[in-house]
Design a protein around this ligand. Structure first.
Ligand code: PLP
Length: 416
């Protein structure tokens, strides 16, 4: 099937959830994807933050090949060799005590919400006053299932499915006074992304994060930090919360964890974990032998190849080049992010849309989020020469579309 026939068939057969760009990718190597005509695309998005080691990485290929000849699935009724080995690594890098494995980001976040509710239920049984309410942040994104979407700020994602999980209140981003006013003993958990992804690459402030931790400590509520986009090295540390020196009670991982094989994980401290007993939560596929083997290979490769330092170096270079771009173009109003989770905010949604489209036509994959933000989530193996390619193309594209700067917002791009 060629691109046109696939498009025609999908438009009839698939649920109408995605606005796909008209490109058909068939393979990839390193930081490049190849389409059906053999054209190479520099990928600065890595499948929305997933293909962390790039494409065709030998460690990932070998882990898949080896595990596929041994065992793909056992269910969680039995043991296999991968789970404990992977959990050990995750506990080491996160400072957490226990892990629950699942298959996607939203499932990891659902597990986080359920643990927080179960923890509060147990606290009440023990005679403490802890309610059922969650505080989440404006511009947050935590996923699409009924609990995750209830803690996701954008109404477009939430309202058509009402009633979603009740008892969620949104706090203005980085507004400590608003957080303090909305926090009480009714709250079982505060939810945040240390560095918001879909919301437009927005870092929470040190003071806001510290206040959230302090408020949770004051009542026994839990601090839930979603690292599905920012976690596992993307920001130059294993977890974005480590930049703040603040340990959450619960964190979640998914996207890059198994290098492209679907996998999620909820990690928590013992005080949160102790609320869960057998049968309260579970999954058929979560933590299967294949996903575990690949995730172990991803983490070991990151350690052996010193990728955190590489991310910091190349990410720092990328950010400095984006800052130079900002000095050259009035339409660039802000440069944000850490490591290889970066964004530039433009002063026009129409300009952002055009730049993203035209970068794609120039065979460089970037993404627009939150209307005006161009987002970069490249594979961790990106090199400075790739950054230079991207900056040259961005410079040209921003120049070529100067007339769009400052124009009213364009239609919203649906999050994939
Ligand atoms: C911070 C964050 N949380 C949760 C999710 C949901 O993950 P998934 O699409 O794997 O369900 C995403 C996806 O973009 C995300 O960025």
């Amino acid at each position: 099937m060629n691109l046109a026939s696939i498009q025609a068939a999908e438009s009839k057969l698939l649920l109408n959830t995605y606005e796909r760009s008209p490109y058909l990718f068939v393979s990839g190597k390193g930081v490049f994807l190849e389409d059906e005509t053999g054209a190479q695309f520099l990928d600065l998005l890595s499948g929305i933050g997933v293909s962390a080691l790039g494409y065709g990485h030998p460690a990932v290929e070998q882990a898949i090949a080896q595990q596929s000849t041994r065992l793909l699935h056992t269910s969680n009724l039995f043991f296999h060799e991968g789970t404990a080995n992977l959990a050990l690594r995750l506990a080491e890098i996160s400072g957490m005590d226990r892990v629950f494995f699942c298959n996607s980001g939203t499932e990891a976040w659902e597990a986080a919400l359920k643990v927080a509710r179960a923890h509060a239920t147990k606290a009440r049984e023990d005679g403490k006053r802890l309610g059922t309410k969650f505080l989440a942040l404006e511009h947050s994104f935590h996923g699409r299932t009924m609990g995750s979407v209830a803690t996701t700020h954008k109404e477009k994602y939430r309202l058509p499915f009402a009633p979603v999980m009740p008892d969620v209140e949104f706090v203005r981003f980085n507004d400590i006074a608003d957080l303090r006013v909305k926090f009480s003993e009714d709250v079982c958990g505060i939810c945040l992304e240390a560095l918001q992804g879909e919301g437009g690459i927005n870092p929470v402030s040190q003071e806001f994060f510290a206040t959230a931790r302090e408020l949770c400590n004051s009542t026994g509520a839990l601090l839930l930090v979603d690292e599905i986009q920012s976690g596992l090295g993307r920001t130059g540390k294993w977890f974005a919360y480590q930049h703040y020196g603040i340990q959450p009670d619960i964190t979640t991982l998914a996207k890059p964890l198994a290098g492209g094989v679907p996998m999620g994980a909820m990690l928590c401290l013992e005080r949160a974990a102790s609320a869960i007993t057998p049968g309260m939560h579970g999954t058929t596929f979560g933590g299967g032998p294949l996903a575990c083997a690949v995730a172990i290979a991803v983490i070991d490769t990151m350690r052996n190849d010193n990728l955190l330092a590489h991310i910091e170096e190349v990410g720092g270079y990328f950010k400095s080049q984006l800052q130079t771009l900002k000095e050259q173009h009035e339409s660039v109003v802000d440069v944000r992010g850490l490591g290889l989770m970066l964004g530039i905010e433009l002063n026009s949604a129409e300009l952002a849309k055009q730049v993203a489209t035209q970068m794609m036509e120039r065979r460089i994959i970037i993404n627009r989020t939150s209307e005006t933000v161009l987002r970069f989530l490249p594979p961790y193996v990106l090199e400075k020469k790739h950054v230079d390619m991207a900056i040259d193309a961005l410079n040209d594209t921003l120049k070529a579309n100067k007339e769009l700067a400052g124009v009213a917002p364009a239609g919203e791009k649906v999050h994939g």
